[in-house]
Design a protein around this ligand. Structure first.
Ligand SMILES: [Zn+2]
Length: 161
């Protein structure tokens, strides 16, 4: 028996509640962009919405779109969800974006057996629904990248510095 496809949980599951700091991130998802915050003082980037840079404390943060590509850094496969709203199995994951930031998401479009360290992934967006009605919130997921970039450094094969 082959492993089941990983679930894409978008139906009647708890969604995010965007605040002033995170609104640009969710607006980006709705526009088909995975955005990060870049500090214009020290160039540090982060996907965790903040009012100040975690690196230098500056407030000069700007949102910018990423290419939405990266490598699987860490993951787990959930078979017993905390809420019955979630279909299983699903795979929460940390993806290291090619821009360098780590983003928390979930992998879809493959089975748990396919997941491996450094696996090339690309972002894909799915709208949350309440039953069949779209709630207006769009979530970023990651799926296997059919056209991964050619690594320029051997370390890139593993998605690490
Ligand atoms: Zn900074």
């Amino acid at each position: 028996m082959s492993a089941p496809e990983l679930a894409c949980n978008v139906e009647a599951v708890p969604g995010p509640r965007p605040g002033p700091a995170s609104r640009p991130f969710w607006d980006g998802c709705a526009a088909g962009e995975l955005r990060v915050q870049r500090c214009t003082a020290c160039a540090e980037i982060s996907v965790l919405p903040a009012m100040r840079c975690a690196g230098c404390g500056a407030t000069a943060l700007v949102w910018e779109a990423t290419a939405g590509r990266g490598a699987l850094y860490s993951w787990t496969v959930v078979h017993r969800p905390q809420s019955p709203a979630f279909a299983v199995p699903y795979a929460p994951a940390i993806v290291r974006l090619d821009e360098g930031a780590m983003v928390m998401s979930a992998v879809i479009g493959c089975t748990a057996d396919d997941l491996h360290d450094g696996m090339r992934l690309r972002v894909v967006f799915r709208a949350l629904t309440d039953g069949s009605v779209c709630t207006g919130t769009v979530l970023p997921f990651f799926e296997p990248d059919p056209n991964p970039p050619t690594p320029t450094h051997p370390e890139d094969l593993h998605g690490r510095h």
